[in-house]
Write a protein of this length. Sequence first.
Length: 739
Amino acid sequence: MPVTSPMQPHPNDILDSLNPEQKLAVETTVGPVLVLAGAGTGKTRVLTTRLGHILASGDVFPSQLLAVTFTNKAANEMRERVAKIVGRAIEGLWLGTFHSLALRMVRRHGDRIGIRPDFTILDTDDQQRLLKQILQAQGIDDKKNPPRLVSSIINRWKDRGLTPAKVTRGEVGSNGMILGVYKEYQQRLLVLNAVDFGDLLLHCLTLFSEFPDILESYQQQFKYIMVDEYQDTNIAQYLWLRMLAMNNRNICCVGDDDQSIYAWRGAEIGNILRFEQDFPGATVIRLEQNYRSTPHILGAASELIQNNTGRLGKKLWTESDSGEKVLVRGTWDSDEEARFIGEEIEARQRQGDSLSNMAILVRAGFQTREFEDRLLVLGIPYRVLGGLRFYERQEIRDAMAYLRLVIQPDDGLAFERIVNVPRRGIGQATLQHIHVEARNQGTSLSRTAFELCESELIRGSVRTTLRAFFTNIDCWRRLLSSTDHAEVAQIILDESGYTEMWRQDKSADAPGRLENLKELISAIKEFDSLQGFLEHVSLVMDNTKQSHEQMITIMTLHAAKGLEFDAVFLPGWEEGLFPHPRSMDESGLEGLEEERRLAYVGITRAKQAAIITYSLNRRSYQGWQHVVPSRFVKELPNDHIMHIQANGAEAAIPQHNTMPVKPTRLFPNATVKPKLAVFEAVYSVELKHSLKAGDRVFHQKFGYGEIQTVEGNQLEIKFETSDNLKTIMADFVEKINKS
């Protein structure tokens, strides 16, 4: 008999407020259904209403429904909405994330594959510690093959549903050694009665494959299966769902192929693209009526995404008023871009718009720095969502500690932070010894360490390492008197081994950290001295401690998916930044199409106004570089945008004077006379060119010119196309032989 309750509303009452396509998606409950839900088309509403509709019909028990989300937050919101629809709390419903649902299955059946029900789940740190033990036991150098790299490769195999026995020769590639570690790792997990997160789905697949009775029991139990964000599923999740749905085929997947932007963490867009092949006779329903954005915003986004070939196709529309056209604004340089966006935010705030309804969405994390600095100057409160503020990031704090120690050798906090970063063999025992002596003598940690080395109270390799460390600090400090401070900062990061440490790091966030370090050098170039820059950062960090009710949001495009704002600023739409070259280098056309989907996501976050900006010149750690607008700018339709190009007037690239710093001896009042003769050595920087004053050169942007002065790798050039002298890095000009 049907399951009934006097509190249940009539099923038809639930459908009254839905548009025809939404209603069709809710009522089509038999057979496979793919709901292509465009941005802002009411996807969540359809999912929850469909779930409530099925429950209210009284045809199934809650335990016969399986609903899968990607986050616990989404699962909780869905549970609350469904309870409101049916008028009561729902008990027994299988609603949750892939991992939480798989966990229930492994707890119940894991003993069939040797896993006791009381197994523990390892977090990332536990996983890497275990892998480090295995690497050391197998005699593998964990510096050349760090546990973080090994775990990422193993996790990638698990995301693809591959046990060690299923990893093919093609999958292994150059990671044959890691396959052996994978086998040992899985054995150790069995001994420990533990699993990692990747194991939860992998063990389910093993249980389903090796014990057909388990799979059959779940196939009979789940009369209906619903999946949210299907475009973000990986292969293991896809296989898990397909095996569960093979019996009655009542599976409804909701997603948007145009918003698949997580390939870098295992998402496989092919899962949604081949849905009709996997489930022949499937019903495909397109939700195209948008309830969020204006026609111009939707028109621009729709025309842009149509340049992708790997998509099922749909076009968003809305009944709302046309609103503002998408503004595409070119700027002369990245400084002007930050000023323009700051002024736009102020103007909208004066009109009564809330800061909390505005967002700056960047392609790369390093871009936040210029906007953070600008908003602080304007006194506009902000928050960085999904990440730390620029100057709070680990790599920036480390780099700043190096700079602080060079400027102020007695900065004990800076010394303690970076004396063993990168690793120099200076352990906790040595630091504890230094701490004790510092307290006894009433001196700073760094000064104490220096004096202990000179007094030979620290011996052996640690003494050698510390002496070399202080020698470098002294040399870098002396270098400030003769070399541009930004160039010295780059030398410090390179010669300390800090830059190389992140180059060797194979984790997913390492490239972003390197980009942030380059942006740090760019920021330093804006100041007359290293001391001035450090003082600026101190003031910035102090200001960010204040809290405000209204704050503008700064975040990456990836982190913005699923959110919406009245006004969205999209800076940095330039070749070499967006689309990001790393995506195309690694994935070719697929990478380019994912970048275009990311642009689509960015535009469709806007409800009333989308402002896209690009610069013609962007400051990098190498100096000013001429850049061109992104190909995505050219793909935007003229009917829906207002394009204001950058002012063509020539502007002199900012030049900064270097304030000489008089070299002084490191720790001049040290109680022990320094014995390091190298403190008196003259430091020189190898030039990367042989250019000299009077040479004729060519620059791609500014044309022909003549070098006026040469300072290291910086050239002061008088170009034929401009009356102003320009400072250009030597790498960006070509010498022309005079005839």
